[in-house]
Design a protein around this ligand. Structure first.
Ligand code: GDP
Length: 366
């Protein structure tokens, strides 16, 4: 018999019924007299708005669930949390593995909590976790100080689904966290692939962590990243590495001048710091707060958020269309043969795709 804690229906959907629980000798007893009550959407919303992090965590589990029943409640909860959301500063933090993201986020997090009070949520977008079925980013053990801080909420990247799905869940989690009173949101992402675009499209400030290397780091950096960055920070500016970091910073700053002025009117800056030794952290956050004041004054802050909402509407349409197509039983049954015919060279990819899409359109129009 399956242990109740492993049951998808049980996980994240239950709360103490209010009856004083005895020490649990046999966990199956919970299903009997001490059975937990399933939360309604109203229970979730009420708990979240009151800032109850246990209920917030359970609601995030619901958002991440692939079960249609869970999704239905999750969407209602998100909808009802929307009026309470939006009042945070959202900062995206990107960098290749080893750039020092977790070390830096730990320092950044403690800095902003000490500087402005409030509450901080650290979320992540890590599509690579799909492969290992375990998310790496946002893992609490990577952020020693924040993980024990009473005003922080750290949530690893949702691991199931496509990048679009993973990113959507992170975005929805932002809404829930904001409704729960989190006024600072960090979204961590790996500095590879499309995950940065997804992260950029849900934050107010996109911070790119770079390392100084052999002097040719500019060749390795993708053009897209330079265009997305609101600030570039060179980490590990300590010990023997200080000169190399300052040189890299000058090169990045010069390169940034070659790009057109961003729509925000803000010329991205380049700063050096050391996450490990806690050097230059204040300056990084001075820059971010200065940016926020600047774009709030010129109207770009609201404009960017509105554009992001539009972007996510289209992303959501794309995701739902894709799911509806691939999850349709007829299409699912036809796909292996179609794939084989393409592999065997009997059909071109285009024709195979066209046949499947025509079949799908015929079914849904019937
Ligand atoms: P992540 O993979 O981007 O999250 O990187 P980590 O935060 O795990 O850091 C990777 C390695 O770089 C670890 O061994 C850190 O101790 C080290 N590191 C991180 N920040 C600094 C720094 O500011 N200076 C130095 N010298 N090492 C650092």
């Amino acid at each position: 018999m399956e242990h109740p804690e492993n049951n998808e229906e049980y996980k994240g959907l239950t709360v103490n019924s209010g009856v004083e629980q005895p020490a649990i000798v046999n966990p199956y007893l919970r299903r009997g007299r001490f059975a937990r009550r399933q939360l309604s959407a109203s229970d979730y919303v009420e708990g979240i708005v009151k800032g109850n992090v246990t209920i917030l965590g359970q609601a995030v589990t619901l958002v991440e669930s692939t079960s249609p029943a869970h999704q239905a409640i999750a969407q209602e909860v998100i909808e009802r949390c929307l009026p309470y959301s939006g009042k945070s500063i959202r900062v995206g933090i990107s960098g290749v593995p080893g750039a020092g993201k977790s070390t830096s986020i730990d320092e950044f997090g403690i800095h902003v909590l000490e500087r402005t009070g409030g509450k901080l949520a650290v979320l992540a977008i890590d599509p690579s976790s799909e492969k290992t079925k375990g998310s790496i980013l946002g893992d609490k053990t990577r952020m020693e100080k924040l993980s024990v801080h009473p005003d922080s909420f750290i949530r690893p990247s949702p691991s199931a689904g496509s990048l679009g799905g993973v990113a959507r869940k992170t975005r929805e989690t932002i809404i829930l966290c904001e409704a729960a009173g989190f006024d600072k949101i960090f979204v961590e992402t790996v500095g590879v692939g499309q995950s940065e675009t997804a992260c950029h499209s849900m934050v107010d400030f996109f911070l790119v962590i770079q390392l100084a290397g052999t002097g040719d780091e500019l060749q390795g950096i993708k053009r897209g990243i330079m265009e997305m960055a609101d600030g570039i920070v060179i980490n590990k500016c300590d010990g023997d590495n200080v000169d190399a970091c300052h040189l890299a910073a000058r090169q990045f700053q010069n390169a940034l001048h070659l790009f057109p002025m961003p729509e925000s009117g803000w010329l991205p800056r380049v700063l050096c710091y050391s996450g490990f030794y806690g050097l230059g952290i204040k300056e990084v956050w001075d820059m971010i707060y200065e940016y926020v004041d600047f774009v709030k004054a010129n109207g770009y802050f609201e404009h960017r958020r509105a554009e992001q909402a539009k972007y996510w509407m289209y992303e959501s349409i794309n995701e739902q269309l894709r799911n509806s197509f691939y999850n349709h039983p007829t299409i699912a049954s036809l796909l292996p043969a179609a794939e084989r015919s393409v592999l065997d060279g009997q059909k071109t990819s285009f024709v195979a795709a066209k046949n499947l899409l025509e079949t799908y359109l015929r079914i849904i129009q019937a």
